[in-house]
Design a protein around this ligand. Structure first.
Ligand SMILES: [Zn+2]
Length: 121
């Protein structure tokens, strides 16, 4: 029997951490729930300087990439929490084979969506 409360606690903790990281990097569109990276204020002020503008673009792209990675993880965490809330037994089941996800895998990553056999699909 899986300890859902334990995983829920881990997921809530991670969700709070990810929300903090997301809000440091960008802002959420309240209509779509999607996150977008902040534009740099310094970059806008120096748009006439070509070198600074290039730096600004690079910073923005780096920030947008990092934000995208964090957002992917954030969505997995939210989906895992939703499965626990639904209490329909879907949490901890492989989305590919429908088998139980190994407990050591869930302990390492409670937002896992697939068992070890299918984790790279
Ligand atoms: Zn599987």
């Amino acid at each position: 029997m899986k300890d859902l409360n334990k995983y829920k606690g881990m997921l809530l903790e991670e969700r709070a951490k990810l929300e903090k990281e997301l809000s440091d990097l960008g802002i959420m569109d309240p209509e779509t729930g999607d996150w977008g990276a902040y534009q740099s204020e310094a970059g806008e002020a120096n748009v006439s300087d070509k070198n600074d503008a290039a730096d600004f673009d690079e910073d923005f792209l780096t920030r947008a990439n990092t934000l995208g990675e964090i957002e992917k993880r954030y969505i997995d965490v939210k989906n895992a929490l939703a499965k626990i809330e639904r209490a329909d037994g879907s949490f901890g089941k492989c989305e590919v084979s429908g088998k139980d996800i190994e407990e050591d895998r869930l302990d390492a990553n409670p937002a896992a969506r697939a068992c070890k056999e299918h984790m790279n699909n």
